[in-house]
Design a protein around this ligand. Structure first.
Ligand SMILES: Nc1ncnc2c1ncn2[C@@H]1O[C@H](COP(=O)(O)OP(=O)(O)OP(=O)(O)O)[C@@H](O)[C@H]1O
Length: 349
């Protein structure tokens, strides 16, 4: 199987740069998410991969083969890629089987080979018994599985998915995430998945390209993005946490409790290093002042079933989100001990 290489790819629409010198090396069989807020250029990048959009600069290669550069580009049908859309794009007048088999017919596959590949594709998405139904008689999740089966009958090298779960309700999204994981495990195709939902990207992808204003902000595994975000912007986009400033540390360093607490207790003028503190790394001491932690007070709390999320305010004026097993009163003074913090780069924008 071939790896996918995106090299300094840019796309300009008039004065506007939608994708700006983006580079990614995607390993064969890898499940990759392009993640970012609306308008950051994810779909444009996916459309360039598919061949629906030309490149203003850069190059896209699959294995050793150049698929596209600003000079020449292979048409979509010569790329051995398949795309799954948010809207499913199924033919309403055809049965599930005919929808799934359609790309094979286009390639003039027929007879026993056609039947076998159709049966395999339907089986892979768990829809064998729905072959003769009309797509209109299926749920949203089932329709999306038909779309998946249709893209995999042709045995593509790369499957491109554009917000495939956006039209489904929350409950169905969770079960479809499982279907996507199964799909990936069983096909081992290279998957490029566009989403603005960080939870979805974290749950599914081997690696995530976080995009901002057409540029790559960070390219890393979900765990690295969570534990070691490069900038405050990425930290704000992935998971929950608080941005504080300390008189200790430097970008890319994890501060343990002692250094962190000293750095936070320093005078405000010396506290210049931005850092991320995750709520699970905060202990809230709710009893009488012990002098062990930094003074804070409770501004509010939200019940989340297994815990409360507490919104705290430090004496410095900074906001802090912490988890706590029981509710605390609004206005209640507490002390907080921060067990670790991650030092961020200063945001350039
Ligand atoms: N054909 C086009 N002509 C002009 N501008 C475009 C065109 N397609 C996209 N853009 C612009 O390029 C930028 C990136 O768009 P794109 O659709 O790639 O973003 P996105 O991250 O996929 O957003 P969303 O999650 O909302 O789909 C946007 O500012 C958009 O308005």
């Amino acid at each position: 199987m071939a790896g996918l290489s995106i090299e300094r790819v840019s796309k300009r629409f008039g004065e506007h740069t939608a994708v700006d010198a983006l580079s990614l090396d995607i390993a064969p069989g890898e499940f990759v998410a392009l993640l970012g807020p609306s308008g950051c250029g994810k779909t444009t990048m996916l459309r360039m991969l598919a061949g629906f959009e030309s490149l203003s600069a850069g190059e896209i290669r699959l294995g050793g083969r150049t698929l596209a550069s600003h000079e020449r580009q292979l048409p979509p049908e010569q790329r051995n890629m398949a795309m799954v859309f948010q809207s499913y794009a199924l033919w309403p007048h055809m049965s599930v089987a005919d929808n799934v088999g359609y790309p094979l017919k286009l390639r003039r596959v027929s007879g026993e080979v056609y039947r076998q590949r159709l049966a395999q594709a339907l089986e892979l998405v768990g829809l064998s018994s729905y072959a003769e139904r009309s797509p209109q008689d299926l749920s949203g999740g089932q329709r999306q599985r038909v779309a998946l089966a249709r893209c995999l009958v042709t045995d593509p090298d790369v499957v491109l998915l554009d917000e495939p779960l956006a039209n489904l309700d929350r409950h169905l999204r969770a079960s479809m995430e499982q279907s996507f994981r199964d799909f990936h495990r069983r096909t081992r195709a290279t998957l490029v998945y566009v989403t603005h939902d960080q939870g979805e990207a974290m749950a599914l992808a081997d690696r995530i390209a976080v995009m901002r204003d057409g540029r790559l902000e960070q390219w890393a595994t979900p765990e690295t993005l969570y534990r070691q975000p490069r900038t405050a912007w990425v930290a704000g986009f992935i998971g929950q946490g608080s941005l504080l400033y300390a008189a200790a540390g430097e970008p890319g360093v994890r501060l343990e409790e002692a250094d962190l607490m000293r750095g936070l207790a320093a005078v405000v003028a010396e506290r210049t290093q931005p850092l991320l503190v995750r709520p699970e790394h905060i202990s809230v001491l709710a009893d009488a002042p012990s002098g062990q932690g930094l003074p804070a007070w409770v501004e509010g709390g939200t019940f989340r079933g297994e815990r409360y999320e507490l919104h705290l305010r430090l004496a410095s004026g900074e906001a802090l989100l912490a988890y706590h097993p029981v509710a605390l009163d609004e206005g209640q003074p507490v002390e907080v001990v921060l067990r670790e913090g991650w030092c961020l780069e200063r945001d350039s924008q």
